[in-house]
Design a protein around this ligand. Sequence first.
Ligand code: ZN
Length: 141
Amino acid sequence: MTPEDERFLRRAIELAAAATTGGDAPYGSLLVGPDGTVLAEEHNTVLSDRDIAAHPELKLARWAARELDPATAAATTMYTSCQPCTMCYGGIQRSGLGRVVFALSTEQADALTPGAGWPVVPQEGPALFDEARVPVTGFYG
Ligand SMILES: [Zn+2]
């Protein structure tokens, strides 16, 4: 963690604080390109957009996948006020972004928000392998 990393993390924390002025949850993130330029900034808009996926990390991952070439994405860092949740991390993995730097860990954030957290949703499967594999193998050859 460099002093420059800390400077960009402080900006993520500012964005998190700004989210609350609009009634949204306090999370903020930004993307910094290979040359140290801020490429994009976002904050949580889950409540104002009525969108469960409107986390800043996922919005920025989707932006990066759309707007950046693979080499630029790989050399771009996401700075975020809290460690990305599992939903956002999945998007980050698919975005091509090369690095994430976070302020609060998931454990630290959970300790600050007692009673928060997500339920475990049962999943059932696998099933119908011979039928379900047909469109997959048809697509990937
Ligand atoms: Zn998230």
